[in-house]
Write a protein that binds this ligand. Structure first.
Ligand code: ATP
Length: 306
């Protein structure tokens, strides 16, 4: 059982005030791009996880847990518990999504494991677990996991886990600049809170950008580039100042828009079309401002059996 699952970039990430439960209220416009991890689920005596870079990918998998705390293992354990079966599966993960890169790679693997294990253990004729059940398990695993099941382009509210598909026309072409070493998502949120407290500004209630929605609905890459916005970007730049150079290089090289992806440190650049993306990728690579440069397009579907 093999499942392919995409990375995400946040087209808009509006971060509201800190809630009593420690989360922030978000408006999170997710967009799934054609950079895929693959999770293979093979029956085994007990739960095992292995992680390796996907062929031709330059992802470093150092530090990704291979025990019960791997998010894919947690997903398999949840599915097994719901179906009353032992979690007897070997999960073989091939990563092309940068680790701790702000592209939700761990969440993607969790979503892929949900789909693969449900397929492995559930009744094919009359499944116990519906699509909605999987979405509920996904939300228990993490705020970004439901979107990795759904894919496409979607607006997430709450912690980002309550999703509504967004109307989007056409294909958008992206270039991603990865950085050596990741950034911890909780550390970036904490830095965002710290900066806001130091400024003495209350966080505004997060709202969906109408300009962004209009650009998506009409397939307007220029409009989308101008509307990209990430409230976590100042915090990511404070923790990793070298990203300023990366973003500036992309802008100087003619990207229609640029931003830090999620909590970073991966930077995303929007191109006008496939040809422009190829040029931009080559130029960014030449500028020496990234550990690696990859192209991808979106939107693409969520976790899919292959
Ligand atoms: P997000 O964009 O959702 O904030 P991210 O892309 O920045 O996440 P991930 O690649 O999901 O970050 O990894 C965050 C941490 O999760 C890693 O440092 C790693 O220790 C842990 N982790 C657990 N399971 C996995 C997995 N299957 N793949 C990658 N990291 C995992």
């Amino acid at each position: 059982m093999s499942v392919r699952v995409p990375a995400k970039v946040n087209l808009q990430l509006a971060v509201g005030p800190l809630r009593d439960d420690g989360y922030h209220d978000l408006v999170n416009v997710f967009h799934a791009v054609s950079l895929f991890d693959e999770v293979r689920a093979v029956p085994a005596a007990r739960l095992e996880v292995s992680v390796e870079p996907a062929p031709y990918s330059r992802v470093s998998v150092e530090g990704v847990p291979t025990g019960a705390d791997n998010l894919a293992a947690r997903a398999a354990t949840l599915v097994a518990a719901r179906l009353g079966t032992p979690p007897a599966v070997a999960l073989r993960i091939r990563k092309a999504i940068p680790v701790a890169g702000g592209m939700a790679g761990g969440s993607a693997d969790a979503a892929a494991a949900l789909v693969a294990c449900a397929r492995l253990w559930d009744d094919r004729e009359s499944p116990v677990l519906s699509r909605d059940d999987l979405l509920e398990l996904a939300a228990d695993l993490g705020s970004d996991v439901p979107f990795a099941l759904l894919g496409g382009t979607a607006i997430g509210v709450g912690r980002g886990e309550r999703l509504t598909p967004a109307l989007a026309r056409g294909t958008f072409h992206w270039v991603f600049a990865t950085a050596g070493g990741g950034l911890s998502t909780p550390a970036v949120y904490a830095e965002c809170d710290r900066i806001r407290a130091a400024d003495g500004r209350a966080a505004p209630r997060p709202r969906v950008s109408e300009d962004l929605m209009a650009a998506l609905a009409t397939g307007d890459a220029k409009g989308l580039g101008e509307a990209l916005d990430n409230d976590l970007q100042p915090a990511a730049l404070a923790l990793r100042p070298s990203l300023r150079r990366t973003l500036a290089a992309g802008r100087d090289l003619g990207a229609l828009g640029s931003l830090v992806s999620g909590s970073g440190p991966t930077c995303a650049f929007l191109a006008a079309n496939d040809e422009h993306a190829a040029e931009l990728a080559a130029d960014l690579d030449g500028a020496g401002v990234a550990a690696s440069v990859v192209r991808a397009s979106g939107p693409v579907p969520g976790a899919t059996l292959v």
